[in-house]
Design a protein around this ligand. Structure first.
Ligand code: NOJ
Ligand code: CA
Length: 724
């Protein structure tokens, strides 16, 4: 046995926001046991000792792991390994060839985010496995944090395992009982579902009711399958979250429950022929993450997902900027106006259509006049940017069409004068946000991407909202396969070459990649606010998203809907926004994102200009975040300090049951007085009967203040705090 010391030195996020590099200290010993060890058990615990990870190799050489938290079972003994297309599986017949341990305690600075410094503190154990019968090697690397565990498979470069095809991952998560779960169904094409709360054993019973009314392209998997991030709670109050980090060059992991044993097994999204992943050593899988605490707030505060991602890969990040925007958007979503220009042609061939010869239907949203109206509104209220959808040709014939070539991303409609609008926006100090709906014709987008990004830069755009509605082309692939995931990352990397920020809708759900690629400033990948115009979303949705979808990164949820009655915009649309107005304000704080939209239309905001003030004021980037109250799907109360400013914001988002929040202001500096502007539900507020009832009041507070604030059904509150 001998000791090797590695990785001593300085670690630094590679960006200009980093003023100094924190020292990476290696506190623990690293032991490299060479040679044959054989079946056995290894243990590593978190720095505070609360989380314990046990690794076992059974008599048949099957690798297993188990996790406890403060002595309670979190994951019972569970199998590890992968099945391969040829050469035998990597599931058993292993011996332990060595174990490396390491302790890391470092602090890094994200380009943007919920705090300006993030501590990455864990104990690591890499178990080196050998399969003597095949002479192949596979390592399992565990990182144990105070708030959970990450682990992944690693394949060193080796002769007997150079190229290989994964047909299944057998990673299990054996549950310590019939836990309560907040879940959406397994689906290889969409995450745009409502969450269901049920016991694990009841998942299949509820499965059929988890319909997605809008999209026909959903690729549901099976009645015991759920997607991650999956939120769970034990009967004795342990909160557990299962997800993955750094999903790179690999398919998405869903989870399939065995209802008899209450054990989940990894379910990887397949490629067009049913294989899962094509690998070339040396390589790794993404990290599988288990976040755990006896306090729900710790799940929101956990930075395991970001910490397991690679440091920033972009050298100059000066062009990456948080952005508050409005858009020619909600009016199309509620069908007041249209993306398309004409009804003339049911079947568009991009290169054969002369739009100037067609008859406009008169409801086109992205007209010169209308876009100017939004630019004026943005300039008047200090917004950074205006998103314009439906500016480019092809929308007559796009949705759900399995066409290889729907959009060219560079040709505007005749009533969208791009040079004029570009100059107009510039004059007003407002940016335009590009829109690339790909209609999931991924090949077409890749063929045209350079031209499209160059076109953006030539016209002063530095952010793009991309979209992937419809079935993936090439046919047979779906939204979360290895190939499609590689596309999303390719689009982000190429955008970085052009200094373009990306907000991708319908793309794979995030896994913390925004640490490495902070130009990924937004993602949808869940049921966004648009569903309030598609028939509605049940109250509680935005009180579960922070525990699920947001574990992987920020969401372009598009809050700020002040008009509940969608028929006021479009008499044919009977949808209702199932929240109070104050609840909409709270989302800017509880669902942090460097990209925030004020989604409603200008004329509505002009009617509620006093409440709109909060959206104008709220920050997008933070020094610190404080999770004051939280229970999945019920309520979330969060406070945050604006980055580099003496301003704080608090948001309280409530679910279905009316409640009283207690806001403890002890996060404020001691001995000072502050002015708090509180936007809260009116006494009689209710999301159905009286959603626009709100009160705005001012109070003087200190760090000793504790306020009780009533939250209506699907209500909430928002607070702006400045020095008195
Ligand atoms: C669905 C997106 O979520 C939405 O924001 C967008 O407007 C439409 N697709 C059209 O691209
Ligand atoms: Ca969507």
């Amino acid at each position: 046995m001998f000791f090797v010391l590695k990785n001593i030195g300085y670690l630094c996020e590679n960006n200009s926001y980093t003023f100094f590099c924190m020292k990476k200290t290696i506190c623990g010993a690293m032991a490299l046991l060479m040679g044959f060890v054989g079946a056995g058990a290894e243990t590593v615990s978190s720095p505070d000792g609360n989380v314990v990870l046990d690794f076992t190799l059974t008599q048949t050489g099957e690798p297993q792991y188990a996790i406890t938290y403060k002595g309670k079972d979190v994951i019972k003994p569970s199998r590890l390994g992968l099945k391969l297309k040829s050469g035998g599986d990597l599931t058993d017949g292993f011996t332990i060839a060595g174990v490396d341990t390491l302790t890391v305690d470092e602090t890094w600075k994200p380009v943007w985010g919920e705090e300006s410094q993030i501590r990455n503190h864990y104990k690591e154990m890499a178990v080196k496995l050998k399969q003597p019968s095949t002479k192949r090697e596979m390592d399992v690397r565990f990182r144990v944090f105070d708030d959970g565990v990450g682990f992944r498979y690693e394949f060193p470069m080796q002769k007997k395992l150079s190229y290989f095809t994964v047909t299944d991952e057998v990673t299990e998560f054996a549950m310590p009982g019939d836990l309560t779960a907040w879940w959406i169904p397994g689906d290889n094409d969409t995450q745009e579902y409502e969450y269901t709360r049920s016991r694990l054993s009841k998942i299949s019973k509820h499965y059929d009711s988890t319909v997605n009314p809008t999209y026909v392209w959903q690729g549901k998997t099976g009645p015991n399958d759920v997607q991650t991030a999956l939120m769970l709670k034990t009967d004795d109050g342990l909160y557990v979250n299962l997800h993955e980090a750094a999903l790179v060059d690999y398919p998405v992991m869903h989870l399939r429950l065995n209802p008899e044993t209450l054990t989940f097994t990894s379910l990887l999204a397949p490629d067009a022929v049913g294989d899962k992943a094509h690998m070339q050593s040396d390589c790794t899988t993404p990290w599988r993450t288990v976040i755990v605490s006896d306090d729900a707030r710790d799940i929101l505060a956990s930075r395991i997902t970001l910490n397991l991602n690679e440091p920033c890969a972009i050298e100059d990040v000066s062009w990456i900027k948080p952005c508050k925007y409005v858009g020619v958007w909600w009016e199309m979503i509620n069908r007041m106006s249209k993306w398309s220009y004409t009804n003339d042609m049911p079947n568009i061939h991009l290169d054969r259509v002369d739009y100037t010869k067609t008859k406009p239907h008169g409801k086109h949203g992205a007209t010169n006049e209308n876009v100017k109206r939004y630019i004026d509104f943005a300039a008047k209220y200090g917004f950074d940017a205006v998103l314009v959808e439906g500016w480019n040709i092809g929308w007559e014939d796009w949705s759900g069409k399995e066409k290889d070539e729907v959009f060219d991303f560079i040709t505007p409609y005749p009533d969208f004068d791009l040079p004029m609008l570009r100059d107009y926006a510039k004059e007003k100090g407002v940016k335009l946000i590009m829109h690339h709906e790909t209609s999931s014709s991924v090949r077409n987008y890749e063929r045209r991407m350079d031209e499209a990004y160059k076109f953006m830069k030539d016209n002063g755009y530095d952010a793009v909202k991309s979209g992937y509605v419809g079935n993936i082309i090439p046919a047979g692939s779906n939204h979360y396969s290895q190939w499609t995931n590689n596309h999303y990352l390719h689009a982000i990397k190429k955008a970085a070459d052009y200094k373009i920020m990306v907000n991708a809708h319908e793309a794979v759900r995030p896994t913390g990649l925004c640490r490495t690629w902070p130009n990924l400033i937004g993602n949808e990948s869940a049921r966004g606010s648009e569903y309030h115009a598609f028939g509605g979303t049940t109250p509680g949705h935005t009180a579960i998203l922070p525990f699920t979808r947001l574990i992987g990164g920020p969401m372009d949820y598009t809050p700020g809907l002040f008009e509940n009655d969608i028929s006021k915009y479009n008499p044919k649309n009977k949808s209702w926004v199932n929240t109070t107005l104050a609840n909409q304000l709270s989302l800017y704080v509880t669902m942090s994102s460097p990209l925030q939209m004020a989604a409603d239309v200008p004329e509505t905001y002009e009617k509620f200009i006093d409440a709109f003030q909060f959206i104008k004021d709220v920050a997008l980037d933070w020094d610190e975040s404080y999770y004051l109250e939280a229970e999945p799907m019920e309520y979330v109360t969060t406070a945050r300090k604006a980055k580099g400013e003496e301003r704080w914001f608090v948001g309280g988002t409530n679910g279905m049951e009316p409640r009283t929040a207690t806001v403890d202001f002890s996060f404020l500096p001691k001995g000072k007085k502050f002015k708090a502007v509180i936007y809260r539900d009116g006494k009689d507020a209710h999301y159905k009967t009286n959603p626009q009832s709100y009160v705005i009041e001012e109070k003087t507070i200190t760090s000793k203040t504790k306020l009780k604030i009533a939250e209506a059904a699907s209500g909430g509150f928002a607070i702006t705090i400045t020095p008195a």
